[in-house]
Design a protein around this ligand. Structure first.
Ligand code: SAH
Ligand code: SF4
Ligand code: F3S
Length: 442
């Protein structure tokens, strides 16, 4: 096999994988490889995989199968991300088309692994050196108006259904100066919004320039001082890590957006206990109330699992009840998927597929009704929208509201502009409106 000249990276799964995919692309470009053009066969394909549910993991192998018989010839294939971490060398036993297996903590070594694989030596690297990958990365370059920045990795929560503590390792925070430096680089590169990422981002802790130790709140207050940065978001949070300071910051830091992704998973205390979630339905609702007291227009988003082992119709009714009590602006919901090696995979009381399907459908109908109600509540309001892409119709642009709603409008504004839009229509997944100009500019 010759050394690849072009590459393509395909990321599955969560935003942290999207971030990792961007960093891998920067690294490969730094080493002289060119991103393959649309429609062009890449010499190296990196599959940046997700292990969270069985379907997600299977996608990786169906992609490998497709690439192995590609018309233009099989590319060099690197399996990266959480499937790579979970399966290691086993992945290459499953498919000999995989040239490289590289885990989420080791991808800074990708250029060396590629060079070795080009010599015909298949590579596996699933080491978890503490954060050294970030030190080995080139500086950030030009980015879009909305950028991701991983500040925390790993998880110590061990929810009984979840693979993340095994694929991403223990909770680790990136140091203060690294994060602030990268944020400044992103803003110089064009970012106006930064989303701080972590599997448990609210568990981030660091020590500031003055030697004060603090959590995410301290970091957010510091990032808010960066000129040119207009919006700050963070995701994903765990109810156990939310502190008074972070709640207060939502009422005090204008750049911190009024949006919180706080997964609850279930509304049944019995199921929450079996999941090893440390909250109850009531403690979760009390937490949401505190956020709303600090910031009345706070929108809440969540994740749900239906059909966890032993879940009865009554448990499920409690999930519907917490949906109504929280009035989610948006949410993701999943059918439980048993993952090898997790405690829940050994639990009795598997819920039948058709029951799961039915519950998922009812849950999603309820969640959509709340999203639509939330979207409709914005009709007639003028919102600040960060334009991030072109629409399909001529002259149409799409941007994000403070609550992460996609907003369509006709405007001559460019990507990266913050514009005022009066909302005229609401759909379940988007808003439409017309741009209004401040009186002084009219
Ligand atoms: N750290 C985050 C997100 C983890 S993964 C958190 O704690 O919320 C994203 C979502 O996938 C989870 O919130 C959960 O709803 C879902 N999920 C995780 N494992 C799952 C499994 N085995 N089956 C179905 N859904 C799962
Ligand atoms: Fe998985 Fe729970 Fe950790 Fe989230 S908090 S990553 S659901 S173990
Ligand atoms: Fe998937 Fe790994 Fe993210 S399992 S959800 S890519 S942390």
């Amino acid at each position: 096999m010759t050394h690849p000249k072009t590459f393509r990276i395909k990321s599955f799964g969560c935003q942290m994988n999207v971030y990792d995919g961007e960093r891998m692309a920067e690294l490969m470009a730094d080493k002289g490889l060119a991103p393959a053009a649309d429609g062009e066969d890449a010499d190296l394909v990196v599959l940046n995989t997700c292990h969270i549910r069985e379907k997600a993991a299977e996608k990786a192998y169906s992609d490998v199968g497709r690439l192995r018989t590609r018309d233009g010839g099989k590319p060099m294939i690197a399996l990266a991300g959480c499937v790579a971490q979970a399966e290691g060398a086993e992945a290459q036993r499953r498919s000999d088309a995989i040239d490289i297996v590289v885990g989420p903590q080791a991808y800074h070594r990708l250029p060396e692994l590629v060079a070795e694989a080009a010599q015909g030596r298949r590579q596996v690297d699933t080491d978890m050196p503490v954060l050294s990958k970030f030190d080995a990365m080139p500086a950030r370059r030009k980015v879009g108006p909305s950028a991701f920045l991983t500040v925390q990795e790993g998880c110590d929560k061990f929810c009984t259904y979840c693979v993340v503590p095994y694929t991403r390792g223990a909770e680790v925070s990136r140091p203060w100066s690294d994060v602030v430096g990268e944020a400044e680089g992103l803003v110089e590169g064009g970012a106006r919004e930064i989303t701080l990422l972590g599997q448990n981002v609210s568990a981030w802790r660091g020590i500031d320039e003055k030697g004060h130790e603090g959590g995410l709140e301290l970091l957010i207050r510091r990032l808010a001082k960066i000129d040119g940065l207009e919006r700050i978001r963070y995701t994903t949070s765990h109810p156990a890590d939310m502190d008074e300071g972070l709640i207060a910051a939502h009422g005090e830091v204008d750049k911190l957006m009024p949006y919180l992704h706080l997964p609850v998973q279930s509304g049944s205390d019995r199921i929450l206990k079996a999941m090893n979630r440390s909250h109850t339905a009531d403690s979760y609702l009390a937490l949401i109330e505190r956020f709303r007291a600090a910031r009345p227009d706070m929108a809440i988003s969540g994740d749900f699992i239906v059909g966890f082992p032993g879940e009865t119709e009554e448990d499920f009714q409690q999930t519907l009840a917490i949906v109504d009590a929280t009035r989610y602006a948006s949410a993701y919901s999943f059918k439980y998927s048993a993952r090898p090696g997790t405690p829940a995979a050994e639990m009795k009381g598997a819920v039948e597929q058709h029951v799961m399907d039915d519950r998922l459908q009812r849950l999603q109908a309820r969640l959509s009704a709340h999203s639509l109600a939330f979207n409709r509540s914005k009709i007639g309001e003028t919102l600040s929208i960060l334009i991030d892409r072109k629409g399909k119709k001529p002259g149409q642009m799409i941007g994000k509201s403070p609550w992460l709603q996609s907003v369509f409008c006709e405007t001559d504004a460019s990507i990266g502009d913050l514009v005022e839009v009066e909302i005229t229509e609401a759909l379940p997944n988007s808003l439409g409106g017309r741009r209004v100009r401040p009186a002084a500019a009219a």
